[in-house]
Design a protein around this ligand. Structure first.
Ligand code: GDP
Ligand code: GDP
Length: 436
């Protein structure tokens, strides 16, 4: 489940984002069109040979108006904290500058494996020039050219060679992996601590996870859960932790590793733009989602308050209409006990399989209630449907012509499926396919 993380560190203009984009390829542009969600291009999934990993361009984390050297120090810190392997990139045409040396010193002190990439070596003759960089002390320098795509294979071979071995998820079917996301101060760490201290919960750290990527295992009512990426919630008090891009990156990383994502909101401060952005990522990734309204103790309430807040949440997060809303307080622990059961239900629904015959009974009923539309004189014909995937449940509807399946009819079918089966907490996907 946990994928290795690779971070690229280096001065501005050495070519970090060029390499990042190359390694990430088209994957990054596969983004659903949700208003308010723009992909911050500093964190993405990448692949080399059979290895999948997460890639961070630390250059994208801008920390206020700090001077260049401080920015670079903090970016190197992010890399040291977050990555399993660090690509230290320099510009081979400019040689080693004072800023490079400064970063090199920091990286050298960390225990993380470092791969030295010498960029802008666009011609083969330049390759010999890289030997002088042995003196930096990071072993073999790899000459690369981001703009020409040269040398990347050798460099990546070296990178994946340093990947740690993670415990595999052999207990896939039984264990529920979940994470908490939300902007700083909504109460993520408080809620994790509250959960771990719950009376009926048994906790153990997972062996083999490293200092900076802690997953925590807990058992309640015989069900095993793993909270992923709890390290992201530990208070370390670093400057960069309050920057928006960093918290988005953290959220993406956590989402990557879980089946169920808790989107935390702060009842005291209300809903902010950043909440919507973060929630959008969970939805896009096709994970089960629970909206948790924390700090409910801090709100002055009467009998209407919860209903009003719920309406606000629904209005702001329309695409998450399937997500249940849990109101609780990490501080007083009020209603805390409802959270794990909600996670369990969402997880079961996320992995649910519907029998084809039962599914088709529902589809045929739906067709009877609301006949298929006619577009330009041509009527949509639905032959049958089948579930083709879980996590999230995905359904193929076989039709005469997929072009005739309009969004509204698709939405109608989705609603019928949701009414017939319990899919609370999970998105479901429906797509039209031409019957061969
Ligand atoms: P970053 O600030 O480190 O992310 O650097 P960028 O990726 O934005 O690149 C800075 C500049 O260097 C851009 O103008 C790139 O086109 C250029 N560049 C990147 N890689 C190469 C390369 O391999 N060769 C040459 N000649 N230019 C490159
Ligand atoms: P994180 O940055 O999302 O991990 O947030 P923290 O868990 O550090 O909490 C931020 C602040 O909110 C701290 O001062 C907490 O004591 C406070 N807090 C967290 N949960 C609650 C809650 O349920 N009620 C109240 N009143 N305060 C809370």
């Amino acid at each position: 489940m946990r994928k290795p993380v690779v971070a690229i560190v280096g001065r501005p203009n050495v070519g970090k984002s060029t390499i990042f984009n190359r390694l990430v390829g088209e994957r990054i542009s596969i983004v659903e069109d949700i208003p308010g969600v723009t992909r911050d291009r500093i964190y993405a999934q990448a692949e080399w040979l059979a290895h999948q990993f997460d890639l961070i361009d630390t250059g994208g984390i801008e920390i206020g108006d700090e001077p260049l050297l401080n920015q670079m120090r903090q970016q190197a810190e992010v890399a040291i904290d977050e990555a399993d392997v660090i690509i230290f990139m320099i510009n081979g045409r400019e040689g080693v500058t004072a800023a490079d040396e400064e970063v090199a010193k920091m990286l050298f002190k960390s225990s993380k494996p470092i791969v030295l990439a010498v960029n802008k070596m666009d011609n083969p003759e330049m390759r010999n020039e890289v030997y002088e960089y042995y003196s930096l002390g990071f072993g073999e320098p790899f000459p690369i050219s981001g703009s020409h795509g040269l040398g990347l294979g050798d460099m990546l071979d070296e990178v994946v060679g340093h990947f740690p071995v993670f415990e595999t998820r052999d207990d896939d079917e039984e264990t529920i992996y979940f994470s908490l996301i939300g902007r700083p101060n909504v109460g993520k760490s408080s809620l994790v601590n509250a959960l771990l201290n719950e009376e009926r919960v048994i906790v153990s750290d997972i062996e083999g996870t490293t200092r900076d990527a802690i997953d925590t295992r807990l058992i309640r009512d015989g069900q095993e859960y793993v909270i992923t990426d709890t390290a992201g919630m530990r208070k370390r008090g670093k400057v960069y932790e309050t920057t928006e891009k960093y918290s988005v990156m953290r959220a993406l990383k956590a989402i990557d590793r879980s089946d169920v994502v808790l989107v935390l909101l702060d009842a005291e401060t209300g809903i902010r733009e950043q909440d919507k952005k973060i929630a959008g990522y969970a939805h896009e990734a096709g994970r089960a989602v629970i909206i948790v309204v924390n700090k409910w103790d801090a709100v002055e309430r009467d009998e209407k308050t919860m209903k009003e807040f719920e309406e606000k949440v629904r209005a702001h997060f329309q695409y998450l209409d399937y997500a249940p809303i849990v109101f609780l307080s990490a501080k007083t622990k009020k209603r805390l006990h409802t959270l794990l059961p909600a996670i369990r239900t969402a997880s079961e629904n996320h992995a649910k399989r519907i029998q084809t015959s039962v599914l088709n009974d529902v589809i045929m009923d739906a067709l009877a209630v609301n006949p298929t539309p006619t577009v330009k004189g041509k009527r949509l014909k639905v032959f049958y449907a089948a579930q083709v995937a879980i996590k999230p449940p995905s359904f193929a509807v076989f039709v005469n012509d997929p072009e005739l399946m309009h969004f509204s009819y698709q939405r109608f079918l989705e609603n019928r499926i949701r009414e017939a089966f319990s899919f609370t907490g999970t998105p479901i996907k429906i797509f039209a396919r031409k019957r061969q």
